[in-house]
Design a protein around this ligand. Structure first.
Ligand code: NAD
Length: 473
């Protein structure tokens, strides 16, 4: 049993003032594996005060000094890759290949931030003005459970690269990962107060951060509902906010696509991170003229996915993170059936051979209309919907008929056509015939998928205020 009772304030580990205990589960077995002593609002205030004290010093550091710390943080997190991988698998249930990528990516983001910082124009001359980009101040960084470690490190790397200091509120459901990252970051030897980590409830510690007048910006990744409440609270003192929220991303299969590659791409886009991915391609738009052919290949692809114990090498889809998520996914599978969608693969309940663990049968519906709940709501599990369309115009209209706009996927045999369709999709990212991530490119959503962007040089802008100084010649 893990006893997680440490937070990190002002360069030192501390026991939280808060005394509420939170249980951690292994989602593959449903067993309690530990308890977390949660921080409270007083801990949050201490962390904010430490970040505020550290700001004048850190905001005046040179770029080489910042790069040196980020390099040390990279090395320290990379050195803990195996430990982080074990935590990700045990507490989150990521399958081996995904867990390994997540553990490596949590370190890689520091190098990406150094690259962005070194290619960013912190000063420029515009007309007679000298425009300088000034760190916004103390920032609050709030992360979700579906990729907790790399959201901690990615947001922190951008904040530190720009001269901000940070208070991090990780997901309370990811305390094992947070402990590994926290210990690694401590070893990197940052000046006291430059970063602080307070694991607690969102409505307690998260809210204290969002409500604090000493926090000048919040970068939040999580659900659209909480994102909206943060935006409302931030209005009270015009706090800067970056919101990375939910999605219901379309995968548009054009009629000239090579199905040998398009089908596996579509299924992988939908089932990535066990379906618990904000960018999952959960609405697969298929030309009616090739629907039967697509359905047959897609069924085979879904049936070849293995939903099971993440410790097994052949597992490609791990458990849902919690009972609540499992119940939610099950409720959408029954809703899809009740709405008249046709089940092609999977369905309610656990995969064969399992009577425990929050495992879901990889599920594929067809005959889905875009106004059904399974096509409108973010389910956050391995449940995909095939929606047929008659022509390219209709495909684009269906793709954009959503309150979200985080990611979109296009499969086509003609890249010029892919570019034409991509230009008309309202989405922060459009992937044509590929699932390859580009960390230098901005990441974020249109519409209710978010506000602002992270990553690369564009992501750094969110941590900076432009200041125009005129009269210096
Ligand atoms: P969530 O919104 O429940 O929680 C996210 C974080 O916010 C947690 O740390 C939580 O404690 C905190 N929080 C909750 N209430 C708060 C409040 N009132 N004030 C401040 N903080 C509060 O989301 P989740 O269930 O952890 O994560 C899943 C969601 O995250 C999905 O909707 C998914 O699409 C989204 N997500 C988006 C991206 C992206 O980059 N767009 C990436 C990953 C996940």
């Amino acid at each position: 049993m893990y006893e997680l009772n440490q937070i990190y304030i002002d360069g030192a580990f501390a026991t939280p003032h808060g005394d509420e205990r939170f249980e951690l589960f292994n989602p593959a077995t449903e067993a309690v594996i530990g308890t977390v002593q949660l921080a409270d609002a007083e801990d949050a205030q201490r962390a904010i005060a430490a970040a505020k004290r550290a700001l004048p010093g850190w905001s005046r550091t040179s770029l080489p000094e910042r790069a040196a710390l980020l390099r040390r943080m990279h090395a320290a997190v990379a050195a803990r890759e195996d430990e982080l991988f074990d935590a990700i698998v045990e507490e989150y249930g990521a399958p081996t290949s995904r867990g390994r990528w997540m553990a490596q990516y949590a370190a890689q983001v520091f190098l990406d931030a150094i690259h962005a910082m070194e290619h960013f124009e912190f000063e420029r001359k515009l007309g007679i003005a000298h425009v300088v980009m000034q760190p916004v101040g103390v920032v609050g960084l709030i992360t979700p459970w579906n990729s907790n470690a790399s959201f901690i490190t990615g947001k922190l790397a951008s904040a530190l690269a720009t001269g901000c200091t940070a208070v991090i509120k990780p997901s309370e459901m990811s305390a094992l990962q947070t402990r590994v990252v926290m210990e690694a970051l401590h070893e990197a030897g940052a000046p006291a107060g430059v970063f602080n980590i307070v694991t607690g409830r969102g409505d307690v510690v998260g809210a204290a951060i969002v409500d604090s007048p000493d926090v000048r910006k919040v970068s939040f990744t999580g659900s659209t509902a909480v994102g909206k409440s943060i935006l409302r609270s931030a209005a009270s003192d015009i706090k800067r906010v970056t919101l990375e929220l939910g999605g219901k991303s379309p995968t548009i299969i054009l009629d000239d696509a090579d199905f040998a590659t398009a089908v596996p791409m579509a299924i992988q886009a939908g089932f990535m991170n066990s379906g618990q991915a904000c960018i999952a391609g959960t609405r697969i738009l298929v030309p009616r003229s090739r629907l039967a052919e697509f359905e047959a290949l897609a069924v085979a692809a879904v049936e070849s996915c293995v939903s099971g114990d993440p410790a097994h090498a052949e597992t490609t889809i791990g458990p849902m993170v919690s009972q609540k998520q499992w119940d939610r996914v099950q409720s959408y599978i029954s809703k899809g059936i009740a709405e008249g969608a046709r089940l092609l693969a999977g369905g309610e309940g656990r995969p064969d051979g399992y009577d425990r663990g929050w495992l879901v049968r990889p599920t594929l519906f067809t005959d889905v209309r875009n106004d059904m709940a399974i096509a409108r709501d973010e389910i956050f599990g391995p449940v995909l919907s095939i929606i047929a369309y008659d022509d390219e115009e209709e495909a684009i209209a269906i793709a954009n008929d959503t309150t979200y706009g985080l990611s979109a996927y296009i499969a086509t045999g003609d890249l010029a056509r892919g570019a034409r369709v991509a230009a008309r999709i309202d989405s922060g990212r459009v992937m044509v015939n590929t699932l390859t991530h580009e960390p230098k490119a901005p990441f974020g959503g249109f519409k209710q998928s978010g506000l602002g962007r992270e990553n690369g040089v564009i992501g750094l802008e969110a941590y900076l205020e432009p200041k125009a100084i005129i009269g210096l010649g």
